[in-house]
Ligand binder design. Structure first.
Ligand code: NAP
Ligand code: MG
Length: 403
């Protein structure tokens, strides 16, 4: 059988621990037998990040800007324990943070839905994608705890020296807490464009909510920036594609999301996205079934699984014990990247391959063959629990059968 030829490469970012093991299995069983896989390989495994003083992470992000499409394996974000385990020169920063900063991107997280893994919210039938604005607000705050009477003010000194002052509060003798937060118009604009582009790309409605009735300057600015960019740059294309941009108060959004059947992209301010992405992923059943894509405002895409390196399973694997680690989100990271590469390079056979591989993956689970994490929560009777390698082999069998 002839393998599918690729034109341009995908940037391949290898990673750590159990997901690194799955990575190789997925390539060997599900990709290279069918595709003449063209990748530009970067080893983001912690050892190599340490050996290269983390240059490899920056190089991989810059390569992504150049080639437009990347796929990333989960990686360790070092902590004190990892310093010893890997004998690190430094506590290197989170690779995802470094890549996101270079791409100036927004992360979109979407659950993979299969029959037999039912969401806790029974009317959710389509995936809900959360887009989190990953800059500013409380994550870059300046705080004070004051323990006496006094006056708190907000002061802005313009570049020309002009000072603008607002009273925050006159504290009594018990004092209290004060917090200064900010966001930048350029960052909000980039976030808005990422969201509008991704909505057009995936042909889904975009919802956005903030608290503009209470926060008449801060949150209102988010609403205005989204609205201006929508009216000027996207309205016509949204209408042509039959999709909608919808703004309402954040509390109204929460109520509507719960009542909905899903299927929308929900753009969230930083804190809302932090909290709501945990709620939505848990409600859909499993973190191992959540994909994630980082999209830059210029239309560069980096695909990955939302979960980590599954360290506990890796240590079992190292001891020679059998593991049953779910590879679905990592497979979908690859199919996402292959589809995007195929679209950009006008290779319909590559898009078709990725679509069929996703279908084979879902069909395998729906036929009752799955990893342990899914077997524990499925409504399918008597599921067959497979180990990490056998699950991937079963997907290959399904794929070959479905042709
Ligand atoms: P994790 O790797 O997501 O795993 C946490 C637990 O969730 C696992 O122990 C397992 O539960 C379950 N789980 C997650 N993915 C699974 C899968 N594919 N199949 C089956 N079960 C799965 O999170 P962590 O253990 O907190 O973090 C491990 C490392 O990953 C850390 O070094 C962290 O820095 C890194 N991390 C990387 C990323 C990324 O690169 N995007 C994201 C998050 C964390 P059971 O043990 O109960 O089976
Ligand atoms: Mg969170």
């Amino acid at each position: 059988m002839s393998r599918i030829e690729m034109k341009n490469p995908i940037v391949e970012m290898d990673g750590d621990e159990m997901t690194r093991i799955l990575w190789q299995m997925i390539k060997d069983e599900l990709l290279t037998p069918y595709i003449d896989l063209k990748t530009e390989y970067y080893d983001l495994g912690l050892k190599n990040r340490n050996d290269t003083d983390d240059q490899v992470t920056r190089d991989s992000a810059n390569a992504t800007l150049k080639h437009g499409v990347a796929v990333k394996c989960a990686t360790i974000t070092p902590n004190a324990a990892r310093m010893d385990e890997y004998n690190l020169k430094q506590m290197w920063k989170s690779p995802n943070g470094t890549i996101r900063a270079i791409l100036n991107g927004t992360v979109f997280r979407t659950p993979i839905i299969v029959k037999g893994i039912e969401p806790y919210v029974k009317n959710w039938r389509k995936p809900i994608t959360i887009a989190r604005h990953a800059y500013g607000d409380v994550y870059l705050n300046t705080e004070m705890h004051v323990e006496c009477a006094g006056t708190a003010e907000l002061v802005f000194t313009a570049a020309d020296g002009t000072r603008t002052t607002r009273l925050i509060h006159e504290f009594d003798e018990k004092g209290g807490v004060i917090q200064g937060i900010h966001n930048c118009t350029s960052s909000i604009e980039a976030f808005a464009r990422c969201c509008f582009n991704y909505a057009l790309d995936s042909k889904k409605d975009l919802w956005f909510g903030a608290k503009d009735t209470i926060s008449k300057q801060y949150d209102h600015h988010f609403k205005d920036v989204f609205n201006d960019i929508y009216e000027k740059e996207y309205k016509q294309r949204f209408e042509e594609n039959g999709i909608e941009y919808f703004y309402t108060l954040i509390d109204d959004i929460v109520a509507r999301v719960i009542r909905s059947e899903g299927g929308m992209i929900w753009a969230c301010k930083n804190y809302d996205g932090d909290v709501m992405s945990d709620m939505v992923s848990t409600a859909f059943g499993s973190l191992a079934m959540m994909t994630s894509v980082l999209v830059s405002p210029t239309g560069v895409y980096e695909y990955e699984a939302a979960h980590g390196t599954v360290q506990r399973h890796y240590y079992k694997h190292l001891k020679g014990e059998e593991t049953s680690t779910n590879s679905v989100a990592t497979i979908f990271a690859w199919t996402g990247a292959l589809k995007k590469r195929g679209e950009l390079d006008e290779l319909p056979e590559l898009v078709d391959f990725a679509t069929r591989l996703e279908k084979a993956t879902i069909d395998t689970i729906e036929s009752g063959r799955m990893t342990k994490d899914l077997a524990l929560i499925t409504t399918i009777k008597d599921p067959v629990v497979l180990n990490s390698a056998d699950f991937i082999k079963e997907i290959r069998k399904t794929f070959d059968k479905e042709g």
